[in-house]
Design a protein around this ligand. Structure first.
Ligand code: DP6
Length: 320
């Protein structure tokens, strides 16, 4: 059977940075994210007994870079005796550039692969498999505001609030389209081994999660904005103080942060967050989105601006 699934990337407001178990890819901290609606990755999986190995096509071109991680994820989910598969991936946004492309890719992959092999695992089980491939991917199985709890038995993802219950807009300022120099997996490990701030980052995360969870429950934008920016800047401080330092920002990243600061000083309900890449995500109340978009479009160095709301978790599109 051939199955196609779609998943949206998610943006962490309280970030996952660091692992407590590398082999099982278990995070060192919990995290809270929002799943987007307009950016997407579609994954088609078609097992084929004539294949000698998996084949991957990304946006119409054969690709070997992601293939080992994709194959390992399929081995985990389906089992080592599985039939090899043809996998096709299509995204409408730059990949490997700090826009959570691995999150949407692995979330969609698990849904499509399970259907293509006639399995019917629970969403929780798919999230654990996706998370093993890429920690942030577990959250893209869920829509709206999702919390990944890092329990002793593994991860558990829950929806804190649906996309409709507290609508939010995200304006993404693309400042560079090239793939990042150091991937998150390696960067996290360098942080753990060398950053003098790593331990305090881990210690403070539970408190940040509590504040953000309460802000989401109470729909308190100002409280969410303050804790999300603080958590983001702490994560980047951990990276900056690592050896070698990891600096994902460029001058346009900083210019976008200043634009957000200016908007805030004018009373606009907006805050920024930045992941392992130079793109800036400005999260705002939907009524502010047009103003935020114009301001970021006019910010020096911004190549493109994308606008999205909040969306649903990964789901099946087609199976035949
Ligand atoms: C900065 O999920 O890409 O986006 O588990 O090694 O694949 P791996 O890492 P990944 O890391 C995401 C890091 C982040 C923060 C976040 O999304 O929580």
């Amino acid at each position: 059977m051939r199955a196609t699934a779609i998943a949206q990337p998610n943006i962490a407001l309280i970030k996952y940075w660091g692992k407590r178990d590398i082999a099982q890819n278990l995070p060192a901290v919990g995290s809270i994210s929002i799943t987007l609606s307009e950016l997407y990755t579609e994954m088609t999986v078609q097992p084929d007994a004539s294949l000698k190995r998996d084949e991957l096509v990304v946006n119409g071109e054969k690709s070997s870079e992601m293939l080992p991680r994709i194959s390992a994820c399929l081995d985990q989910l389906i089992g080592l005796e599985r039939t090899f598969a043809r996998i096709e991936s299509r995204s409408n946004f730059p990949i490997a550039a700090g826009l959570a492309s691995s999150a949407s890719a692995f979330a969609a992959l698990t849904v499509a692969a399970a259907r293509a092999t006639n399995m019917s695992p629970t969403t929780a089980s798919l999230a654990r498999h996706a998370g093993r491939a890429s920690g942030s991917a577990a959250r893209s199985l869920y829509g709206g505001y999702a919390e990944l709890a890092n329990g002793s038995d593994g991860i558990e993802v829950t929806t804190l609030c649906s996309a409709n219950a507290w609508p939010m807009s995200v304006v993404v300022a693309i400042t560079q389209v090239a793939a990042k120099a150091v991937g998150s997996t390696r960067a996290m490990e360098i942080s753990r081994q060398t950053s003098p701030f790593y331990d305090s980052w881990i210690e403070q995360q539970a408190g940040d999660l509590d504040v953000a969870r309460r802000a989401i429950e109470e729909h308190d934008f100002a409280a969410l904005a303050t804790i999300a920016e603080h958590n983001c800047l702490k994560m980047h401080s951990v990276m900056w103080a690592s050896r070698p330092p990891m600096m994902y920002w460029n001058s346009a990243t900083l210019a976008c942060m200043q634009t957000v600061r200016r908007l805030q000083s004018e009373g606009c309900d907006v805050f920024f967050t930045i992941d392992a890449g130079p793109q800036v995500k400005a999260v705002c109340l939907p009524g502010e989105a047009a103003r935020v978009r114009v301001a970021l479009e006019h910010t020096p160095g911004v190549i493109e601006v994308m606008h999205t709301g909040l969306g649903a978790g990964a789901r099946l599109l087609d199976a035949s």
